[in-house]
Every structure is written in C-alpha cells, then in structure tokens.
Design a protein around this ligand. Sequence first.
Ligand code: URA
Length: 438
Amino acid sequence: MLPQEIIKAKRDGKTLSPEQIAFFVQGITSGGVTEGQIAAFAMAVYFNGMVMPERVALTEAMMNSGNVLQWDHLNLDGPIVDKHSTGGVSDSVSLMLGPMVAACGGYVPMIAGRGLGHTGGTLDKFESIPGYNIQPDQDDFQRIVKEIGVAIIGQTARIAPADKRFYSIRDVTATVDSIPLITASILSKKLSAGLEALVMDVKTGNGAFMTDLEKSRALASSIVQVANGAGVNTSALITDMNQALGDTAGNATEMREAVEYLIGKRRNPRLHEVTMALCAQMLLRSGLATNTAEAESKLNDALDSGKAAEVFGKMVHALGGPADFVERYDHYLPKAPVIMPVYADAPGYVTQVATRELGLVVVSLGGGRTNPEDAVDHAVGLSQLASIGSYVDQDKPLAMIHARDEAAAAMAAVELKASIGLSENLPTLDPVVYEILT
Ligand code: URA
C-alpha cells in the first residue's frame, strides 16, 4: 500500500477500506507518512467526506495508535461511563457530573482538556485547587477510579498520538472544520479510556465551536453513530451556548460555583438543567437507570444525601488536594485582589450575550490562554453573571469582575458591557437543552 494511492482514492470520492485507513494512520504515528501527505488526505476528506464505516475505522485506528485503558483486572462492579463537551463559556458541568454519576454507581475515568481560545478548560479549573495533580501515573489513575468512582485528569502523550500529529496539521491547513475528522479526533481520545457508555454535550450558539443548530446536529449525529459503531453505548445532547451556562466564568470562580452546587448552597437553574440532563443520560446509557424519572431520583438522592459532594472531596484529596477542600473551599481557592461590580449604563432586561466575546473577557483578564503554552491566572474571572431575561439596574450588576489590578478590571468592564445587549422588553428565552440524539 502507498499513502499517495490512499489519498488519490479519497480525492476521487472513493470509500476507503478499514485496512487502508489503518495503514495511513499507522504512517501518521510512525512518521512514515509525510506532513504534506497528511494535509492532502485531510483536504480530500474535507471535500469528499467519509461514510460512517470509514469514520468508525478512522476513530478506531487513531484510538489504537496509543494506550487504550483496560479495566478487566480491576473487577469493577459498575459501568465505565464518561461525558464530553465540545466546550463553551462557564461550562463547569464536568466538575459536578463526575462525582454525581460516581455516587450513583458509575465509574468515571475522565480525561479532560485545557481551555483554549474563548472556552474554559476543566483541567485549569482543577488546577485552582492547591496540590491537585492532573498527571498521576496510569495505575494511580485507575486505582482512584476504582476506589472513589471518579478521577478527572489530563491527557498524556500516550493517548491517541496519531490525533496529536493529525490535529496539528489540520490546524494550519484549514481542515479542522470537517465533521468526519472532528468525530474521529474527539472519539479516538475519549474512547481510549476504555468506556462502555458515553454522553456527548454538543454546544450550539454564539459561544460554541458549532454556532448553528444544523451543524451541531450533524456533529452530534455523527458522534452518536460512530461511537455506537465502535461498541460504546452513546447519546448526545445539543445544548445552548448563546450565553454563559452558569453564574461564573474563570477557574477558581467556576470551581467555587461547582462546590456550592454540590453542597446545595446555590444552583444556577440553567447549569442545573444541563448537568441533570447529561447525568441522567449517563445513567440511562450505562444501565444504572431504566428511565429518566429513576435517573433523576437517583441523582437527586446523590446530591441531597451529600454523597456526590463527599465523592468530589475524596477525589480531590486522592489527587493531592486538601482533605477538607469541600468544607474549606473558600479558604483554599485563590482570590483576585480586585473584585468589583459592573453596572449597565441604563436599566433593562438582558436580551443578548455575545458569548464568545464574554469568554474573551476572561482571557484578557489572564484567566484563559491564546497559546497552548500560556500560563493561566486561576484567581481572575467573572461571577454573578446576569443571564438572558434578568433585569439589571443600578443595584443589580451585569457581573462581578475578579481582576489582578484596577487597570485590568477597568478594561474588562468595557469589554463586558460591550458583550451584553439590553432592552426595555423581556426577551423570549431559548431552550437550554435543544435535542437528545440516541
Ligand atoms: N476538538 C477535538 O478534539 N478535535 C477536533 O477535531 C475538534 C475539536
């Protein structure tokens, strides 16, 4: 087999065999296929697409380019299940979801990512906890999942190395935006955790990777078909990202919101709806519940009994964080030197949020990164974000800004105000969960 023959077949709109795909992916990993050939292959797929069996073969070949976790020797007494989000602003769902599902009997080996661009990253949020180690070795990771039910850690170089090389070439050849390639890229990494069930949160809206519903639906449908084709019971939710999901954006700010959610101190209704819907799907897909009412009842018990908060605290401690983090989160989480409210120029209802720009306010405060190597300031961010439909005036701010200094706060205030649209009239509200695809 020659790489150029495989590229030619795809260029001419032919369907590739699993053997051809496995050969090409093997060449991506080993270096036997050149950068130019990978770019040409990506462009051929971009224009001619891939049928579902090709997408399954590409996903499996990329997953098998690295380590795939095995769990049999650990004799787990429940299903291995995870969730993945396409990313957004104020999307702290994973922080609560992992412990909630573990408290209901699932095992959640979550390999999470960092924030890039306007979106936040789960790992950065966990690194706001002093001592939390996002890179335990594989045996420790699996032991913690077995003992506690959940561990949330970072990706290692041994996970889907073919995707790492392939993605970096797609990134500079205008070929990221291809549904078959995105599907295989996301799933090859996610499925390498050895999952039995998976739930995807495909965000849609002006703060999402896919801004329109049609494309979000196509991605969700592709992921559901390919993951099920690879033997993992998978469903997808399409959820709204036309505004921040919760009350906060940033790292320590979102961590604080997550702990307060788990201990029942405050629960933003939109964040709660998405978290419950995703958790319920995880219980359904993994056989821990037979219908939505049963799933919700188990999840409410996990929250009300304090079990989910307890699991979260144990996970934090097992990964190097303080043993009393849940009890003393306010003491441990870093605080920004300047915390100030931002008020609208005139009172009114929030009708629109430019969500991407709102995420970029956090980046400009130092809470996100524009390059993968950038350091992140965990203390800065936003809290008390006004949601669409809420009324703001001289008493109720658009948000609180958490900044390193007065100048950064003043700049962020201008950007924040520009990202929020107001009107005298109450707007109609978008659904929080648009669709569930099974
Ligand atoms: N996220 C990924 O991991 N891969 C893609 O191709 C796009 C988004």
